[in-house]
Design a protein around this ligand. Structure first.
Ligand code: MEV
Length: 437
């Protein structure tokens, strides 16, 4: 059994790899060359990547792709996407093209307020706490004036602090609920720095507050942290067209609209379907979030919480037909940044912003919402017509052929054969085997 290692982060990259392969990996030369084949030959660039996290030993590549032809509020965008799933970019591009001659996507940022909480334990008299908070509130706000200075210049900063009595949910539990505007920054560091400073001031003032001293019962800060649930940082994206315009040679617009709205209605009421439905939306959203160096875990957590806002997990999109007009839309919380974090560090992230014509955070929210809506449109369209596997496996065929180390002539033959035949892992294997024998 391997022994624990101490002082690991202080070791050089080579030392870390040597320790790893000698401790856990049997075929050391292969493991080492697998790790090293992804090192960048440009040392400066490699150093930059090494610095993003601790104990970096290699780089993990994902494809960086583009989905063209997105018409958003009358402007054409090409959307950069980073994702491993074979059919996602193709699906996004198809949806973009479908809506291109139907007015494209319309978007609107509804609000951009972020929030964080100082969670507090207090087992004393509620009235004393409320009085204390009213008295110290201006001092709490003043305590972050230095931290806020630059953010204020950019039009952001702390918006409000309120005291919330949550003792019904948990005995002795209070919160200082703080709201923020962070403009083009995602704002996590800014918010957390403000919260910790406010918490420090709060605790120090409470120690000398005469009523608490007399009672010998002081509020105590449990934790201070931003919330990734941002239902006040909301964006909407929609597509709309007459039902007839949905017609294709394969299906009449009216039939398509009925099937489509029914599929969304099912995802509205059935959480098992809603989770997969929303997963498809996140295929598009995460891919743009990754390409633009934003925090996809934060977005995922916030979006899924929003999907449960009415007490049951439900679809993030809605669809209806009114007066013969088909409407399909999404409303989601997105706390995104176009400055700070990786945005100015990672060369591909910078390029992604150039491709997007240098959006600010609000624009990025709109583009990301569109990517989610487009992805959901493409998925439901396939699900209610051909089924999902046809398009998915078409894109996946190349992965199977690569796995089988197919030659270019085998790839050519397989691609042509599987144009009219069902693709599955076993059907591709047997096609290649037959070909080889
Ligand atoms: C696959 O990654 C995503 C889908 O399952 C989404 C959906 O079912 O709506 C196709």
């Amino acid at each position: 059994m391997a022994k624990p290692v101490s002082g690991f982060s202080k070791k050089t990259k080579e030392e870390k790899i040597n320790w790893l392969v000698s401790t856990f990996l049997e075929d050391s030369p292969t493991s080492i060359s697998t790790l090293k084949q992804y090192w960048n030959t440009d040392e400066k660039l490699q150093k930059l990547h090494d610095g993003f996290i601790e104990n970096t030993i290699s780089n993990y590549y994902l494809p960086f792709a583009i989905a063209p032809n997105f018409l958003i509020n009358n402007r054409i965008y090409t959307i950069p996407m980073v994702i491993e799933e074979s059919s996602v970019v193709a699906a996004a591009s198809n949806a973009a093209k479908f809506w291109l001659d139907k007015g494209g996507f319309t978007t609107k940022v509804i609000s951009t307020i972020k929030n964080g909480q100082i969670h507090i334990n207090f087992f004393g008299n509620d009235k004393y706490f409320q009085d204390f908070f009213s008295e110290i509130r201006p001092t709490l706000i003043e305590s972050i004036s230095d931290i806020e200075r630059n953010m204020k210049k950019r039009g952001g900063g702390l918006l409000d602090i309120s005291l919330i009595n949550s003792t019904k949910a948990l005995e002795g539990y209070y919160q200082l609920h703080c709201t923020f505007e962070t403009q083009d920054a995602m704002g996590a560091n800014f918010i957390n720095t403000c919260l910790e400073e406010i918490a420090k001031t709060f605790e120090s003032l409470s120690k000398s507050y005469s009523v608490f001293v007399k009672e010998n019962k002081y509020p105590e800060v449990a934790i201070s942290i931003l919330s990734n649930y941002v239902p006040e940082c909301l964006v909407r994206a929609t597509v709309q067209c007459p039902v007839e315009a949905l017609s294709t040679p394969e299906i009449k617009g009216k039939i398509f609209a009925d099937k489509f709205t029914r599929a969304v209605a099912i995802a509205k009421v059935e959480p098992r379907r809603a989770v997969t439905h929303n997963k498809g939306i996140m295929n598009g959203i995460d891919a743009v979030i990754l390409a633009t160096g934003n925090d996809f875990r934060a977005v995922e957590a916030g979006v899924h919480a929003y999907a449960s806002k009415n007490g049951s997990y439900s679809s993030l999109t809605y669809a209806n037909v009114k007066d013969n007009v088909f409407t399909f839309g999404i409303e989601i919380p997105l706390a995104l940044g176009t400055i700070g974090g990786l945005t100015s560090l990672h060369p591909l992230v910078k390029l992604a912003f150039d491709i997007l014509q240098k959006p600010n955070a609000k624009k990025l929210m709109q583009i990301v919402a569109v990517a989610g809506l487009a992805q959901n449109f493409a998925a439901i369209r396939s699900l209610v017509t051909t089924g999902i596997q046809k398009g998915h496996m078409k894109m996946h065929l190349m992965n199977i052929l690569n796995q089988l180390e197919a030659t270019s002539s085998e790839i050519e033959k397989a691609t042509s054969y599987f144009k009219d035949n069902t693709i599955s892992h076993s059907s591709v294997v047997s096609f290649i085997e037959k070909n080889r024998s």
